[in-house]
Design a protein around this ligand. Structure first.
Ligand code: URA
Length: 253
């Protein structure tokens, strides 16, 4: 792989900046100074250093963002996007938010440039579980709980059974956690609306094997740990493709 690309993927903020550092004789490969940005190296095997400090190259970047309200889950939009919350050294070509949270929904968002894994996790056939903390008004009672857990007819589709855990384990409840294995547009809000309640706040706290890192403040991010990356890949490998017989619309998140 070209040296300037390796440096870019190791967190140097742009290809131009990587080229500058290489030409300035600041970069070594296995202890030997290299001044040609087009020179090739093997980032998995060679020790590549800038100013004597080895760089941490990543084949793919996996970022957990605690999405704040007010940001669009997209790479480009008229308004501010979640990508703008990442520093230039972390943003990479091909990075995208893995699924969409509404502009007012907060919480766990995976951002990656691993297109295959992203596609995998978002495939409607994969049934990746997503858990949201909600508050709602009016509080939901027995009937709503039964409907939400059994499947709600939203007109264009009937939702798959959800799991709902009211706070305190009692009903009626105005807050709790709901887990769904689909991700249709505005799904949770529409499910509650169909049961006569309005979602006031929604925060995603789990996405597949990932759990929101509560140490992150809204708008903060961190790279996934190796264990989290492995859990994601394992979730991908372990979920059988289940082709549904009926109509299928693409998951939105
Ligand atoms: N369901 C919604 O209604 N909105 C989201 O952002 C996520 C799930």
């Amino acid at each position: 792989m070209r040296l300037d690309r390796i440096l870019r993927e190791a967190g140097v903020e742009s290809r131009g900046e990587a080229v500058k550092r290489i030409r300035a004789r600041r970069v070594t490969v296995n202890g030997v100074t290299v001044t040609d940005p087009a020179a090739h190296a093997d980032p998995a095997a060679d020790i590549i250093a800038v100013d004597g400090t080895p760089v941490a190259w990543r084949r793919f970047a996996y970022v957990m963002l605690r999405k704040p309200a007010g940001y669009v889950s997209a790479t480009e939009d008229r308004g501010p996007t979640v990508m703008e919350l990442l520093p230039a050294s972390v943003r990479r070509p091909g990075m995208f938010p893995c699924g969409r949270l509404d502009i007012d929904t907060t919480g766990l968002l995976l951002i990656t440039d691993d297109g295959a894994l992203g596609h995998f996790l978002l495939s409607p056939r994969r049934h990746v579980a997503k858990t949201y903390r909600f508050t709602c008004d009016p509080p939901i009672g027995e009937d709503a709980l039964r409907a939400l857990c059994g499947g709600v007819d939203l007109g264009d589709f009937v939702t798959a059974p959800a799991e709902l855990a009211p706070d305190g384990g009692t009903l009626p409840a105005s807050s709790g956690e709901i887990t769904v294995c689909e991700g249709k547009f505005h799904q949770i809000k529409r499910m509650f609306a169909a049961c006569g309640s309005t979602v006031l706040t929604l925060e995603r706290v789990r996405f597949g094997p990932l759990t929101l890192d509560e140490a992150l403040a809204p708008g903060e991010w961190r790279y996934l740990t190796e264990a989290e990356e492995e859990a994601l890949r394992a979730a991908g490998r372990g979920t059988p493709e289940k082709r549904e017989s009926g109509r299928e619309s693409p998951d939105r998140r």
